[in-house]
Design a protein around this ligand. Structure first.
Ligand code: NAP
Length: 278
C-alpha cells in the first residue's frame, strides 16, 4: 500500500470527501458528551457520530457550537430511530434533532435500523425529501445487510451503510455492495465494543510498529477502500491514541493476519429488532 494511502485522512465517496476517522458517541451522555466532543474536535477529529437514540444530540450540538471549528469543517452524522420511521413522525422528530444539534443541516442522516413495520419506500422517501430541502446533505442506512441494502439502493440515493465492522466480524457482502455502488461503509464498534484491545495477534503486530492493538484494528479498517471508522473513547488520552493511526503501515502479511481473526464472527450488536444478517 503506498504511503500516501495510509496517510490519507479522508475517503472520497460519490465525489464527497469524508474524514475517515470519526468520534463515536454511543453511551456518552450529558456533560460527558459535551466534554468528549469538544476534546475530540480540539484533538483534530472532524467527524462526529451521534443518533437520536443516544440522547446526547443537545450536548453534541453545544460542543460543536462552542468548539470554534467552522461548521463546514465537521462531518456530522446523526440517525433517525427505527421506531420513528413513519414519514410524518420521522420528519417531525428530525426537525427537533436539528434544533437540538444547533445546526441547519447534518452531513449524513441514517436510518438507524431497518424498520419492518413501515415500508422502506416510505421511510426513505421522507429522508430523501429532507435531503432535497438541504437539511441532510446525504442520506443512508445503518445495520442493513447486503440484500436489504440493495433494496434501499433501488428506492433512494443512498450514500452510506453504517455497520458493525472490526477484525472479529467479516463484512464481505456489505463491502462488496459499497464498492459496487460507491457507498461509504462506516465501521461502527471498530474495537468490537472494546474487545480487541487484549487481542494477542493485534498486540504483537502493534508492538512491531510502536502501536496498540486498537490502533492496528483501526489501521486495518481504514486501509480498506470506502471505509471510515468511528471509535468511541472516554478519555483524552484514548481519543488522542485512536486518532494517531496515520503514520504507520501494515504489510501484506500483517493485514492477512488481522483478516484471519474474522473467523470468530463475533457480533456485539444484535438486538431483538435486528435483521437477518449476511
Ligand atoms: N449504528 C449503530 O447501530 C451503532 C451501534 C454501535 C455503535 N455505533 C457507533 O460506533 C461507535 C463506536 O462503537 P462502540 O462505542 O460500540 O465501541 P468501540 O468504539 O468499538 O469500543 C469502545 C470501547 O473501547 C474502549 N477504548 C476506546 N479507545 C481505547 C483505547 N485507546 N485503549 C483502550 N480502550 C479503548 C472504550 O473504553 P472507554 O470508553 O472507557 O474509554 C470502550 O469500552 C459508537 O459510539 C457509535 O457512535 C453505532
Amino acid at each position: 500500500m503506498p504511503r500516501e494511502a495510509t496517510q490519507a485522512r479522508t475517503v472520497t465517496v460519490q465525489g464527497v470527501e469524508v474524514p475517515k476517522l470519526g468520534y463515536g458517541t454511543w453511551l456518552v451522555e450529558g456533560e460527558d458528551a459535551y466534554d468528549g466532543v469538544l476534546d475530540a474536535l480540539e484533538l483534530g477529529y472532524r467527524h462526529v457520530d451521534t443518533a437520536r437514540a443516544y440522547g446526547n444530540e443537545r450536548w453534541v450540538g453545544r460542543a460543536l457550537a462552542d468548539s470554534g471549528v467552522p461548521r463546514e469543517d465537521v462531518w456530522l452524522t446523526t440517525k433517525v430511530w427505527y421506531e420513528h420511521a413513519e414519514p410524518e413522525l420521522l420528519t417531525r422528530v428530525f426537525h427537533q434533532q436539528l434544533a437540538d444539534l444547533h445546526v441547519e443541516h447534518v452531513d449524513l442522516l441514517l436510518l438507524h435500523w431497518p424498520a419492518f413495520e413501515v415500508p422502506l419506500r416510505k421511510t426513505l422517501g421522507a429522508m430523501e425529501a429532507l435531503r432535497q430541502q438541504g437539511l441532510a446533505a446525504q442520506i443512508g442506512v445503518s445495520n442493513f445487510p447486503s440484500e436489504l441494502l440493495r433494496e434501499a439502493l433501488e428506492l433512494a440515493p443512498i450514500f452510506c451503510d453504517q455497520v458493525e465492522f472490526h477484525p472479529y466480524l467479516p463484512q464481505g457482502p456489505v463491502l462488496h455492495e459499497c464498492l459496487e455502488h460507491d457507498l461509504l461503509l462506516t465501521a461502527y464498534s471498530p474495537f468490537a465494543h472494546g474487545l480487541v484491545h487484549d487481542d494477542p495477534t493485534l498486540r504483537e503486530i502493534g508492538a512491531r510498529h510502536g502501536k496498540s492493538a486498537g490502533q492496528v484494528a483501526l489501521r486495518w479498517l481504514l486501509d480498506q477502500p470506502n471505509v471510515a471508522a468511528i471509535p468511541k473513547a472516554s478519555s483524552h488520552a484514548r481519543r488522542a491514541e485512536n486518532l494517531d493511526v496515520f503514520d504507520f503501515e501494515l504489510d501484506d502479511d500483517e493485514r492477512a493476519a488481522v483478516a484471519a481473526l474474522s473467523g470468530r464472527r463475533l457480533r456485539t450488536a444484535d438486538p431483538d429488532w435486528a435483521p437477518d444478517w449476511d
